[in-house]
Design a protein around this ligand. Structure first.
Ligand code: NAP
Length: 483
């Protein structure tokens, strides 16, 4: 597509919803760049656009050609209800003061400083793009991988499309007792027909069809009561396996003082005890949950063959925090695949201050420390915790802070004069830097193509995973091959 054509399209998109602010249209809007199009970015955009004090123009920047962040590439494909929150994001994107700019890489196509010079405020909702490591011998052996990579791969994230996962052998071990661990365990155990009805990436579907894995062992370092799972995710597991969930009754035996545990913990324990009462059949696909084990070494001749675990005792400190303490006992479990699902980790971004210890951008209620017009929301602000909805409150706090700063003068608008057409200036600047700019209309073309391909096979969508394929559709390029 020529630059002229794309500029025309980028500036002439249809607007489908009424403005939600009550501001007179003559007032120059506050211009805010939101960097990142995942849940926290959309909730920040929504908070900015919903308030009625100040007219705001939101420009959302995204490195990929597609929006929705972890809702597209993190939420498991067999969780369509969770994914349906994207409908809310589409409504936000339809606001007349909202623009989407995809396929723009901050630091390559434009710099952070250039954004700060062009917008009254820049709000980073960039998530936590890396994963935590175990720091043990053998972690880098072939067959030992990060759940972050595996999740990106089965969800069709372009960065992970070229990864190859060898699903051979009988047993996979997942390290970590959180919801990501359960996601990958479910995907590895699910019957093929079930996955084939989802929007899982086609390359993952083919590889999983050939998988010989029958047991996925999920291992937590602390006790069953300290698992980070949510009850709904724990409770649904048997639906996704051939023969249920194996829990050792001794690991979930009732302990004194349990009545004082938080209700979600008691609910989790009840579910786990239910599993402990049901036998699982060897040879059929099942999930095993094991606790009080820390991996200390991954071994194998050229690839993963076994994991050595330290058996842990639990110690409670004066504040009630439960720690895992190595008893010195060792246990070796054969496995051909090890997935570490021990949490995401933020990475430093374009010269912004960064707290290495916690993997977040240091901030005060969302305002980035030491900056004049920069803000953060979501996981890069508070760390990788909580469910999708948690980001709504987090983003609202940041937007409240932004307007408080505006009100007390600590956030000062750029002086631009009322005739300055910010939208036009920005689009023409972006097209100079990134001729393959994907706007909301380009994303709509991708969305329609994917949904149409899915409808033909009874799936919500068939994801396009290569950036070039996505751009072909978004920019209506000659090589586009509708599927
Ligand atoms: P998470 O909830 O923080 O769980 C990480 C797990 O890894 C914990 O069990 C933790 O144990 C363990 N761990 C950390 N370091 C370890 C180490 N060195 N060795 C062994 N174990 C270690 O992280 P997550 O599973 O990545 O999930 C991130 C967030 O996304 C969570 O808030 C989660 O609820 C959310 N999420 C939600 C859904 C859903 O709603 N369906 C799906 C996926 C993710 P300790 O507790 O002992 O530290």
């Amino acid at each position: 597509m020529s630059q002229a054509t794309s500029r025309h399209r980028a500036t002439a998109e249809p607007r489908t919803s009424e403005p939600r602010t009550s501001e007179p249209r003559t007032a120059a809007p506050l211009t805010v760049a939101v960097i990142g199009s995942g849940p926290s970015g959309f909730y920040a955009a929504s908070s900015l656009l919903e308030q009625s004090e100040v007219p705001v123009q939101v420009h959302m920047y995204e490195r990929l050609a597609t929006p929705w962040g972890l809702v597209r590439s993190g939420v498991a494909p067999d969780h369509p209800k969770i994914k349906s929150v994207s409908g809310v994001y589409s409504e936000i994107a339809a606001h007349e003061n909202f623009r989407f700019f995809g396929n723009v890489h901050i630091g390559r196509d434009v710099t952070r400083e250039e954004l700060v010079a062009r917008y009254d405020a820049v709000l980073y909702a960039i998530g936590t793009q890396s994963d935590r490591r175990l720091g043990i011998p053998g972690e880098d052996l072939p067959g030992s991988v990060s759940a972050v990579d595996f999740v990106g791969w089965y969800n069709g994230h372009p960065d992970y499309a070229a990864h190859a996962f060898d699903l051979v052998g009988d047993r996979a071990i997942v390290i970590g007792a959180g919801n990501v661990a359960l996601d990958v365990a479910r995907i590895l155990c699910s019957p093929h027909e079930r996955l084939a009805r989802t929007d899982i990436a086609d390359h993952a579907l083919s590889t999983l069809r050939e998988s010989t894995i029958t047991e996925v062992m999920v291992v937590g370092r602390r006790g069953a009561a300290q698992g980070a799972f949510t009850t709904a995710e724990l409770r649904e597991l048997p639906e996704f396996t051939e023969s249920g969930v194996d829990v050792d009754p001794a690991e979930v035996a009732p302990q004194p003082g349990e009545d004082a545990l938080p209700r979600p913990t008691r609910r989790n324990l009840a579910v786990l005890r239910g599993y402990a009462e049901q036998p699982t059949a060897a040879g059929q696909r099942h999930i095993t949950l094991r606790f009080q084990r820390t991996p200390v070494e991954i071994r194998g001749d050229g690839r993963v063959e076994e994991v050595v675990f330290a058996r842990n005792a639990l110690e409670v400190d004066e504040q009630g925090w439960v720690s895992a303490v190595d008893t010195g006992e060792r246990e070796t479990v054969p496995a051909s695949l090890v997935l570490r699902a021990v949490g995401y980790r933020g990475v430093a971004f374009s010269g912004l201050p960064f707290d290495e210890r916690h993997g977040v951008i240091p901030n005060d209620r969302g305002r980035v420390e030491g900056t004049e017009r920069e803000y953060v929301a979501g996981w890069i602000k508070r760390g990788p915790t909580g469910i999708i909805g948690t980001n709504r409150k987090c983003a609202a706090e940041t937007v409240t802070r932004l307007f408080a700063d505006l009100a007390d003068g600590s956030l000062r608008r750029h002086d631009r004069g009322v005739t300055f057409d910010h939208d036009v200036e920005i689009v023409s600047w972006l097209l100079e830097r990134q001729p393959h700019l994907v706007t909301e209309s380009g994303w709509q073309l991708i969305d329609s193509a994917e949904r149409a391909a899915g409808a033909a096979s009874g799936r919500p969508r068939v994801k396009l995973v290569l950036t070039d394929e996505l751009l072909d559709i978004a920019l209506k390029r000659q090589s586009a091959t509708p599927r």
